[in-house]
Unconditional design. Sequence first.
Lengths: 231, 97
Amino acid sequence: MPDSPIAVAHPRPELKHHFADMAQQREASSLGMWLFLATEIMFFGGMFCAYLIYRLWYFPEFAAASNSLDITLGTVNTAVLICSSLTVVLAVRAAQIGRRQAQVIYLALTLVLGLAFLGIKAVEWTSKFKEHHIPGPTFHFEGTVPNHPGQPVDQQHAQIFFSLYFAMTGMHALHMIIGVGIFSYLLYYAWKGRYTPEYHTPLENSGLYWHFVDIVWIYLFPLLYLIDRKK
Amino acid sequence: MSELSEHVVSPKTNVAVWLVLLVLTGVTTSIAFIDLGPLNTIVALVIATCKALLVVLVFMHVKYASDKLVKVVVISAVFFLLLLLGLSLADYSTRML
């Protein structure tokens, strides 16, 4: 009702009518975002649980298959994601203190870093494809059991590692692709000057999402790449 | 309560957390090449958890959250995740198959 006294009395167009003030609206949306992230934790949690059980059962194959991953690219990608988390934090801060130009710069940097992560991931997947490490009829893993030279690993068990590897990094990459989409949207509206110190909830909540995806990778990296690197 | 009561983290804190995260990434990769026996996995997971805590508390502003409900959601989500992982492993790691 545009002519109701309540609607007229509202000083801010961003404040929805069912909230008392901006602080309450912000807290409510933040709580909602955290509830969504709680469901995301359980979503990835199921895959982590499957990973842990199979790693317990087939440790020698998991160790051998893990050693075939490119540890340099994995470490670089971890650093890239950590840098993107910093640029997200600085973009949110720029909105909090009302600096439009800084917001645009940091959001653009976040996009560049997010795409760099996906590019490096694509390079890694391509080499796995060429090595026939993709689970399926043409799967072949030539590794040997660590500490037992000459003893070939069980192909089925190695295939389970790579199935989990592609499921987990694939789901993570899907989240990154969605994140890049969200941040392109944010970049456009930040450039238009929509996010102010009073109202920047989309930026804040998308930041929470981006950091969550970063945390998933923080666990994926040691669990997938660093199982048994010791000499 | 002012509408601008939101906590703004200083760039210094953000950059310090970022540097610690990068250093811990380097540390976890280097330590993986040293033979610590079963401790290798534990050290890697402890470092990952420290990094995750830094991100959650500082970057995700949970440390500064005025809303206690957010903290309840974060803690209960982690609790149920640990319940899932802990009870599953308590079963599978003690089976004599």
